[in-house]
Design a protein around this ligand. Sequence first.
Ligand SMILES: Cc1cc2nc3c(=O)[nH]c(=O)nc-3n(C[C@H](O)[C@H](O)[C@H](O)COP(=O)(O)O)c2cc1C
Length: 312
Amino acid sequence: MFSKKSIILAPMAGISDRSFRRLCRSFGADFAVSEMVSAKGLVYGDRKSRILLAPDVSDKPHWVQLFGSEPEIIREAAQIALEAGADLIDINMGCPVRKVVKTGAGAALLRQPEAAVGIMRALDRAPAIPYTIKVRTGWDHDTFVLDDFITMATEFNARALTCHPRTAKIMFSGKADWEQLFAAAEKTSLPIIGSGDINDTATAKNHLSRPALSGIMLGRGTYGRPWFFREIKELLLNNQTWRPDSDLRRETIIKHGEFLKEEYGEKHSLLIYRKHLAWYIKGIPGAAALRKQIFTMTDSSAIEDMINELFR
Ligand SMILES: Cc1cc2nc3c(=O)[nH]c(=O)nc-3n(C[C@H](O)[C@H](O)[C@H](O)COP(=O)(O)O)c2cc1C
């Protein structure tokens, strides 16, 4: 799966839903990881967690991220996800958000390597479940654990490891330390994927050129820019600077609204769509006033008229 360098949509809660994954795949994302889904939620039959598993035909292989702390619950949840159409399971071992960490999941696992090993061992048990893990470099500056997690993931047959090279403690502040990530990747044959601060095509090309890396994930750089994948591929394959024209922007934004409507229904989709629209209009003259207006709009046909007007 990771034999050629991949450009991947990062798992982002509230963003990497089925609609956005579908849109990014249409612009050349090689894979797209789902938003994190609660392992416990799946096992205890929570409807909302279950809905997050829904696959899309264009999004194959379907890579579903789970968060949790208990090995057997995670194994059972992974089996539920596979039955629902997932092909690969990613385990979140990097989320620094309090709500997640206090349950022993996400980045809490960086402080409890024995718990992380328990999860990997459970997934590797026959019949083995195809899985990857996603980590940060450590809990804080004094606890660099990336090398150890690579060793454990290799021993328990993870298919790949993604690292967002910041500590959990700094959340999103400062800069991602890619040199730390490259140094760790150079010492292993496990496919290593990097994630963090890739917001322009030159940075993407630069990171991808590092032989030790199997791929990159794009996160916040895709906000209002699902075509970022194509921008990078045009640069890599054709050495071309490519930007979508107004027609393509308009069509994409409208399509995004349609996908969301399909996924969430008319009313709920609007709440999500407005958030994306605020990103899509970034850089347009008068964007600040437009953004305010968008957040008061409740009629999808009025929104469509506005998009048609803005992207003529
Ligand atoms: C809104 C938001 C939600 C996120 N949700 C998740 C998540 O569910 N699982 C995960 O592993 N990482 C999550 N992340 C981290 C991203 O996957 C990514 O590693 C990080 O944002 C760094 O990449 P970037 O600088 O390209 O955004 C999230 C990040 C953001 C901004």
